[in-house]
Write a protein that binds this ligand. Structure first.
Ligand code: XMP
Length: 515
């Protein structure tokens, strides 16, 4: 069955792992979407799901106002997999019993199973699983039987093969359940009957068709930043509608070394996209003159970007749509701890407010994709690795890395140091292991000796972090010789820097950027 037409729906009961579950399903080349637990039954049906997964969640089924799905979900005739809190919902809603466990089970446990239903095929009879629950099922609903237990959990894996309800008290989606992927694969392929048709190649075809249908013979403008998301969005839309797309690339003077050239080369020379390059360096630097407060910088840069973009877009004549590289994590409705659904909105949007101002409709061709899928799509579209694997870069660019005053001279210094840092990371083969690497120029000077001379020059701080989603981050453990090479080269090759620091702050308490 084509999984794009019949997705697996992950119902989110407030689990920190909902996104991970959806990703694990997609790793099986099966399309999946996350919906809040209180989605209406009509909307759920409209998805035509091949299967439903109840995520875990922090609540107790007995807590007042605890999240529960519409009971008609059990009558849809669609297979359901309940995970952790999800399986307790079966017991609570279908006539079993859930009680507070005498002993809270948290961490690694050993699952013993004797499954003949196919659900746990490929998992060893004894296998490690990750548990995290305070409540426990003490009586199963009619129709269910137990196929797996752990020391503290007599109902660790349960099934009702007639109704196709499957439940596990452990988390199959996390790495601490090393064979959990098998179970998820069995559920989506064997039980829900999904094939593995959710590939980026097939997605590309359907995305092109959707864009064509949405845009018709209208015109689209896309703000290119050189980052992965806007680049993939632009390449995709261009493939769908060709010259009906115009891209605007604003050089705000806060870009990294070689960035403006790279973007022009890739999009104008390789893709032959109608690219409008705006050199607005002077305007931005004039506006930033004397400004040191980080929030003021952001506001000035954001406002000016919109102004410049709008001016350029007006020059294009009639435009109907604005393309945005919004990703799936930005649009998922997440369930807050209080049980009410809330919408996560990216706070850093660079073109915020533009669609309303310019009366443009939005084209957001990546809004169903996770970041790694966007990269895969980028490769499929023939974008170079330089762009597809580029670390994230903030909209306000080097403006928020040039701590203190932003001047052309300081920006050039920062650009040179940044280029050396990134080059050495590439040379050491570490670029892909790092979420983001950057250099900040600090608003202090230090004394040094270079040659026979005493110097009094700028100080920079290197920052490199690992992260999953930029919400939390840890500093990257470099081999010392890499840091040494970077420091030597920066002090020798960058005119105004005589001291290099390495930032060993995680997030929290630090942020990734300095400002
Ligand atoms: P922080 O510094 O808040 O950054 O830990 C988290 C991620 O967001 C990026 N970032 C921004 N992106 N506009 C953006 O488009 C911004 O104003 C902005 N500030 C931070 C940052 O590079 C990191 O990836």
């Amino acid at each position: 069955m084509q999984s794009h037409e019949r997705p697996i729906i992950v119902l989110d009961f407030g689990a920190q792992y909902s996104k991970l579950i959806a990703r694990r399903v997609r790793e099986q080349k099966v399309f999946s979407l996350i919906e809040p637990f209180n989605i209406s039954i009509e909307k759920l049906k409209a998805h035509n799901p091949a299967g439903i997964i109840f995520s875990g969640g922090p609540s107790s089924v007995h807590a007042e106002g605890s999240p529960k799905p519409d009971p008609r979900v059990y009558e849809l005739g669609v297979p359901i997999l309940g995970i952790c809190y999800g399986v307790q919902l079966f017991a609570d809603m279908l006539g079993g019993k859930v009680e507070r466990a005498a002993k809270r089970e948290y961490g690694i446990a050993q699952l013993d199973h004797h499954d003949s239903t196919g659900f746990l095929d490929g998992m060893d009879a004894k296998t490690q699983v990750w548990m995290s629950h305070g409540d426990s099922i003490t009586k199963l609903p009619d129709g269910f039987s137990t196929i797996g237990t752990t020391e503290n959990c007599p109902f660790a894996a349960v099934v009702d093969t007639k109704r196709k309800f499957y439940g596990v008290q452990f988390h199959p989606e996390v790495v601490h359940t090393p064979q959990g992927t098998r179970l998820l694969a069995n559920f989506v392929h064997k039980i829900c009957g999904e094939d593995s048709s959710w590939t980026m190649g097939s997605y590309l075809d359907s995305a092109i068709a959707t864009i064509k249908q949405q845009v018709g013979d209208g015109r689209v403008v896309c703000g290119l930043s050189g980052g992965v998301d806007s680049s993939v969005a632009a390449a995709l839309i261009h493939k769908a509608i060709g010259d009906q797309l115009a891209c605007v690339f604003v050089n705000n003077g806060l870009l990294r070394k070689g960035e403006a050239e790279l973007v022009q080369k890739v999009f104008r020379d390789n893709f032959h996209i109608d690219l409008h390059y705006v050199d607005a360096e002077k305007r931005f630097l004039d506006a930033l003159n004397g400004v040191t407060d980080p929030e003021d910088k952001r506001k000035i840069i954001g406002r000016l970007f919109i102004e410049v973009f709008e001016e350029e877009a007006k020059r294009l004549g009639k435009v109907d749509f604005l393309a945005q590289g919004t990703l799936y994590p930005d649009v998922i409705e997440s369930v807050s701890a209080t049980g009410g659904p809330s919408v996560t909105i990216k706070s850093h949007h660079n073109v915020g407010g533009l669609p309303e101002r310019m009366k443009l409709k939005l084209v957001e061709p990546l809004r169903e994709l996770f970041k790694d899928e966007v990269r895969e799509l980028g490769k499929e579209l023939g974008l170079p690795d330089d762009i597809v694997w580029r670390h994230p870069f903030p909209g306000p660019g080097l403006g928020v890395r040039c701590v203190g005053e932003v001047t052309k001279e300081r920006l050039d210094t920062l650009r040179d140091a940044d280029a050396i840092f990134i080059e050495e990371i590439h040379k050491a083969g570490l670029y892909g292991d790092i979420w983001q690497a950057l250099v900040c120029l600090l608003p202090v000077r230090s004394v040094g000796v270079q040659g026979d001379e005493r110097t009094y020059e700028e100080v920079c701080s290197l920052r490199a972090v690992t992260s999953e989603d930029a919400m939390t981050a840890d500093w990257f453990r470099f081999p010392p010789d890499v840091l040494q090479r970077v420091s030597n080269r920066i002090c020798n090759e960058v005119k105004h820097i005589n001291r290099v620091l390495y930032d060993v702050t995680s997030k929290p308490p630090g942020t990734i950027e300095w400002e």
